[in-house]
Write a protein that binds this ligand. Sequence first.
Ligand code: MG
Length: 367
Amino acid sequence: MGIKAIRAYQVDLPLFEGSYNWSGGKSVSVFDSTVIEVETTEGITGWGEVCPLGPFYLPAFAAGVRAGLKELGPHLIGYDACEIGVLNQRMDAALQGHPYVKSGIDMACWDILGKAAGLPVCTLLGGRSGEDITLYRAISQESPEEMAGKVAKYRAEGYRRFQLKVGGDPDIDIQRIHAVAAKLEPGDRLVADANTGWSLHEAMRVVLAVRDVDVYIEQPCRTYEECLSVRRHTNHPFVLDENIDSLEMLMRAQRELAMDVVNIKISKLGGITKARQVRDLCVSLGIAMTIEDSWGGDIVTAAVAHLAHSTPEASRFTSTDFNSYVTVSIAEGAPQRVNGKMSASLTPGLGITPRLDVLGDCVVEVS
Ligand code: MG
């Protein structure tokens, strides 16, 4: 089933809450997402999506997805969309690095493979584990009082896991963690995600100041070595995210017992294929996972649901329903949150149908 054409569409995804704020004053109000269409010679078309968290989170930016597709796309025309391993080798041979550029093509090819096989991607990735997937709600960085005030609202929407955006002034972050923790109920779980924002001495102060709080600490500092040092000085359960951007980094971090939970983002690793490889290794090694992406709309949310739902329940920590944060729906059939949970579609492929009127005209076409 040869690849005949690759097209990209640009969509703006505004936020219901106006903006999303995290460490170091970083903020996004309208996400710039790229939807990727892969058309095959057999008439089956697959869809993917890549949406960086702005240009200042990971080494990725929205226009880079489109520029990368222009560079990479011509090398893939004629290759079999269903031979995803071969296709990934081809992508890596044609373009060094740039995993986020490859992610949308890989995602679209999983959609094609599922449609061709008549099976949901979740089944192809190992099979459905459990009834549904537990979601977390990110609490955008605001004053301690505002952040604490949002817990009841999100809990009313069914969320029981809260990811607090810290990584700012450590004195205020300590207040943020205490203020939100005071609102928790039995069964809730709290993660303080600094998104690399603290220097080493700031991180050490924060973990000491919240030592009696039941909270996970996520990616406190920029470098892996700094995070490892914090990890070795705290008893809090520990999550690594930004630093785990390859299989090699996962292996190193596992050897050094650097974390209890890993955050797997599909585009950070280069697509479903590579995310699944890391996922499967984490399952075998006993490392729990947050399974998600950097950001996205309905298509990314569908892909996250398939990868998460095909992960053994015991290895899942949490996931995200990005499509509930944004005001624009780009596809029908995407998972919808029900009581803080979602599930993967039972329809072949990713189970989504793009809203072509929302996508508009393509901005990149390679054929
Ligand atoms: Mg994180």
